[in-house]
Design a protein around this ligand. Structure first.
Ligand SMILES: [Zn+2]
Length: 215
């Protein structure tokens, strides 16, 4: 498999991470963000969580601090759109996406379009509505609904990176640990399967849905 790498560019690589809830970005692309930050000197991260209540806002901030620890430039925004009701708050969320255009990102990480959660799906749709000439990677979130599909874009992760991701998740999200699915096995298991699918040297990877790539 011939691997592709992100091109060099003048100035920092600008990365926009969008997540509906406080742990989505980390679960979906936390390892890839850690890898990007370790692979490249100049990375600027815009990190936006759309819905977090008070306690979960603090968790989201703590977690972003873990994952973005080595980022020289970062901007973390936590909004409080109502969990589960995003489609009914669509106007306000759409207006906020207009503001996000000013971040002029090179890469956008967002939910994938066939995600079964309505909040996730709305963000995926609005990402595509808003950013019309951008590299967009849709990440996956394992869930009760069973909506995992066939991603087509893989990021192999070294052992220290995927273990760090899981460690940060377990440390940062105390309120989530009571949920039966929120454990090391879920996160490691999914990365192990995706690693198998892309023949990752470490056997682990994160996977994404990429609808358009321009060579
Ligand atoms: Zn979510």
């Amino acid at each position: 498999m011939l691997t592709l790498s992100l091109p060099a560019k003048p100035g920092p690589l600008k990365v926009l991470c969008l997540g509906a809830h406080s742990d989505d970005i980390e679960i979906g692309c936390g390892g890839t963000i850690l890898r990007l930050l370790s692979d490249r000197k100049e990375v600027e991260i815009f990190w936006v969580v759309f819905g977090a209540s008070e306690q979960r806002e603090q968790e989201a901030r703590n977690s972003a601090a873990f994952f973005l620890n080595s980022a020289k430039k970062k901007e973390v925004t936590i909004k409080n759109f109502r969990d589960g009701f995003f489609p009914f708050e669509g106007t306000k969320i759409k207006e906020y996406f207009e503001e996000l255009k000013t971040t002029t990102p090179d890469i956008i990480f967002t939910h994938q379009r066939t995600d079964a959660h309505q909040d996730h799906r709305l963000l995926a749709e609005l990402t595509w509505n808003t950013f019309r000439n951008h590299l967009i990677l849709g990440y996956e979130i394992p869930k009760y609904d069973g909506d995992l599909g066939r991603p087509n874009f893989f990021v192999p992760l070294e052992r220290d990176v995927y273990e760090q991701k899981v460690e940060y998740l377990m440390q940062a999200f105390a309120t989530q640990r009571s949920k039966p699915w929120f454990d090391r096995d879920t996160f490691l298991g999914l990365m192990r399967l995706r690693g198998m699918e892309c023949v990752s040297p470490s056997a682990h990877a994160e996977a994404f849905y990429c609808r358009k790539v321009v060579l």
